[in-house]
Design a protein around this ligand. Sequence first.
Ligand code: EPZ
Length: 422
Amino acid sequence: MDKFVIWGGERLRGEAEVSGSKNSVLPILAAAILGETPSVIRKAPWLRDVDTMLMILEATGVTTKRSFDGDVTIDPSTLENCEAPYELVRKMRSSIYVLGALLGRLGKAVVSLPGGCVIGPRPIDLHIKGLSQLGATIEKHHGYLIVEAKKLKGARIFLGGPFGSSVGATVNVMLGAVKAEGETIIESAACEPEVADVVNFLTKMGAKITGAGTPTLVIEGQKALHGAEHEVIPDRIEAGTFMIAAAATGGDVTVLGAEPRHLEAVTAKLKDAGAEVSIGDKRIRVQASDARRATDLTTLAYPGFPTDLQAQFMTMMCVTPGVSRIVEKIYPDRFMHVGELTRLGADITMDTNSALVRGVNGLSGAPVMASDLRASAALIIAGLVAEGETLIHRIYHIDRGYMDIESKLARLGAKIRRLKSD
Ligand code: EPZ
């Protein structure tokens, strides 16, 4: 397994280009199979999760083609099989998006149930509730979900869960509803930009949807959809990771190709923490100041501060004077990074879903273990600020969601090298 070795202490400076959004492209690739003709998805990031989604689509008979400039062509005219096998689904939870897409296209989906997850329990009860309200029957057999409907029928569906709205359930229900007979109204829909991006793509395919980006989506089902061309939105979590890395290392970084509107909570929190943030057209500049301040943070559904940046922000707070309280409201157990940050010298006390971070003067490099995608990003930031050498094991997690991260960081002055496994 590859590792990263980082020699800390460099202030990041320069420009970093953001790739297309992982969490947009995955549902969009699944949505493309709802069309009768091919779709072309532009700016698809070159990531392991994208590879996995393409393999799942190919397992259903869909033809896929990928070019080095980021275009992915999906030809669903050869779709023949409604099963997404365990060997592929177990690699990535967002495989669950093929549930709604296969149901909408073929009237049947057999998808392996996603298993446990290191960031805590990740139920799919809301996906199931929504699809069954569209008229699908749902059974579980030998680790597989079998979802079937002779005819999907529009319905009024409330999708709020114990932790608010669900991105995945909103998308899955929408993928069924665009092919259902009549009108579907989804209440408490997720407002994340990635959901709005899926709506934009489906609209290009001929779907009729209003309310993108709001908690109420109204969908007028269509008999058939066609292929479309679409460019995915920039990855706001990758952009936010560079923004936080800039502030944490005392640097000055301009993130290019980002959508500032998608990062308002992050911008506000960085300013609270003492950084200077200036916004331009598709660019955000973060300049660290010497007066970094402790800052409390609560993760929330969009437009709140994203859970996918909690670990990275916590890392910055570890080396910020004062006491910061970080509350996780989306995944109460998403704190696997805490133990590793503590190995580097951080002072963090956990209390159920909140962490009390007492800023220390500095971290000191050590070998650490990445546990998931965003925890890996946090450990990279920790390595960049730590004194000496940090060795990060299990970086295959980072390859799932950050394209070319080491070259992008190296261009900003980071001393980082990938050690390839034999
Ligand atoms: C998406 O996951 C993202 N993944 C996650 O990013 C992100 O952390 C999450 O949204 C929240 O923003 C993709 O887009 C591929 P949810 P998703 O359903 O859709 C609860 C990353 O690092 N819930 O919005 O699976 C759930 O347990 C990943 O890129 C139910 O209770 O998340 C959580 O508390 C990690 N029942 C909350 O809702 C359900 O049926 C939000 O989850 C579904 C979810």
